[in-house]
Design a protein around this ligand. Structure first.
Ligand code: SF4
Ligand code: SF4
Length: 170
C-alpha cells in the first residue's frame, strides 16, 4: 500500500505539467495541492475549503508521519527524477541491513528503506538518520558486536535506550 501510494505524487506532477502547457494561471490554481501557502503564508486566513484541506493533512499526520511529503508533493516527485542520474551512492549499508536487521527501516520516517535493506533513492530525503545509526557503535547491532569483541565497556545508561529498541526489532 505504502509503495503504491508513492505513485500519486508523480501523477500530480504530470497533471500539473500538462495543465501548465495549456495555461499557467490554471496550473497555479492546481498547485494549491501544496498546503503551505494556506498554513504558513496565509496562516489559515482564507476560504474554508483550503483551510479544511490543510487541517485534514495535519490531522492525518497525527496518525502517520509526512503523508504530504511521501505521497502528494509534486516538488518531491520532480526532485526524485535527477536521482536517477546520480554518480555516487553516498548512503552506506551493511551486509546485515535488511537481513536480519530492520532497525534503520523502522526508524526511517518516510519508509524509504526496503525490507531487504536497500534504500530507495527516489524517496529518500537524505536526512541522514540511518547514517547516524550506521556509525553508532551503541546502536547498530554489527557495530555493537564488534565493540563487545574488542572488550570496550558498555555505553552510558542514556545510550542504552536505542540498543533496547534493536533487541525489540529483532
Ligand atoms: S542498524 Fe546497522 S545493521 Fe541495522 S539496518 Fe541500520 S546500519 Fe544496517
Ligand atoms: S537518509 Fe533519512 S530518509 Fe533517507 S533512507 Fe536514511 S533515514 Fe530514510
Amino acid at each position: 500500500m505504502h509503495e503504491r501510494l508513492w505513485a500519486i505524487k508523480y501523477i500530480i506532477l504530470l497533471l500539473l505539467f500538462g495543465i501548465s502547457l495549456e495555461s499557467m494561471s490554471t496550473a497555479e490554481l492546481f498547485a494549491e495541492v501544496e498546503p503551505f501557502k494556506t498554513a504558513i503564508t496565509l496562516k489559515f486566513d482564507r476560504q474554508w475549503w483550503f483551510v479544511l484541506y490543510a487541517v485534514a493533512l495535519l490531522v492525518i499526520n497525527v496518525f502517520t508521519r509526512k503523508v504530504y511529503c511521501r505521497y502528494i508533493c509534486p516538488l518531491g516527485a520532480a526532485l526524485a527524477i535527477p536521482t536517477k542520474l546520480r554518480l555516487f551512492d553516498w548512503l552506506k549499508r551493511r551486509q546485515e541491513c535488511g537481513s536480519p536487521c530492520q532497525l534503520c527501516a523502522k526508524e526511517c520516517e518516510i519508509q524509504a528503506i526496503h525490507p531487504d535493506g536497500r534504500i530507495n533513492a527516489n524517496e529518500c530525503h537524505y536526512c541522514l538518520d540511518c547514517q547516524m545509526t550506521y556509525h553508532n557503535e551503541n546502536k547498530c547491532p554489527p557495530l555493537i558486536n564488534k565493540r563487545k569483541k574488542r572488550g570496550k565497556p558498555a555505553p552510558v545508561a542514556a545510550q542504552l535506550i536505542p540498543v533496547v529498541q534493536v533487541q525489540a526489532a529483532e
